[in-house]
Design a protein around this ligand. Structure first.
Ligand SMILES: [Zn+2]
Length: 222
């Protein structure tokens, strides 16, 4: 029989193994993402429209395995998940852009300063890179906003209005907005307004996920 201290170090090791090596989708041990959960991250694009009429394609519904993986990426620093999630984003971008159309600039919705400080990375930009594209960082936050999760639909719109500014477009560039999760679409509408003011033509938005309309607990700040 191992003595008490051997048991306690074994328990410690198991604890750290569980923390570092369990599936983000279902907690199965020994993998960051099991095969079944990996399959749950295959894009099933759905179309939405923001209150301002901007067309949105979302790769996944923000629920179940996808929601858990996105939270692990956004809140727990699990950046390796950006690869399978970026694959889903890539499929949704292909869905949003017509084959014969010129490729638009992919413009990430800017990350707030406090979120960037907390995470050390910008989620939409990381997803664009992992999807195999280049991000055009032409949108800036010009003021801080309150956390959208705390707010109702109308308050969300007011909270973000006037919060962004676009760098000037060179030649009426076409832009496709990219964000991680769309809830009401208020953030995307503000981003589109700022880009249009700066001279871009905004053809729509693609998000990794969309909060189901029936959800009473929107899980994201958009
Ligand atoms: Zn799993």
């Amino acid at each position: 029989m191992p003595n008490a201290s051997a048991w306690s170090s074994l328990v410690d090791e198991l604890g750290s193994f569980v923390m570092s090596g369990c599936c983000a989708g279902c907690d199965a041990l020994g993998t960051l993402l099991c095969e079944e959960c990996d399959r749950a991250l295959v894009a099933q694009p759905v179309r939405r429209e923001t209150p301002g009429g901007l067309p949105v394609v979302a790769a996944l519904a923000y629920e179940g395995v996808a929601a858990r993986c996105i939270r692990r990426l956004k809140e727990d620093g699990e950046t390796l998940l950006a690869r399978p999630l970026g694959r889903a984003l890539s499929a949704a971008i292909a869905h949003a852009v017509a084959d014969d159309a010129p490729a638009p600039l992919l413009v990430p919705v800017p990350t707030g300063r406090s979120a960037f400080r907390r995470r050390g990375y910008r989620v939409p930009e990381l997803l664009i890179r992992r999807a195999g594209f280049q991000a055009s960082r032409v949108l800036l936050n010009v003021r801080a906003t309150a956390d959208q999760r705390e707010l109702g639909i109308e308050e969300r719109g007011r909270n973000v209005t006037g919060s962004m500014r676009g760098r000037h477009a060179r030649d009426a560039d076409e832009a496709l907005l990219i964000d991680d999760v769309v809830t009401t679409g208020a953030t995307l509408d503000e981003a589109a307004r700022a880009l249009t003011t700066a001279g871009f033509r905004v053809c729509g938005a693609v998000t990794l996920a969309a909060t189901p309309r029936h959800s009473r607990f929107p899980g994201n700040a958009s």
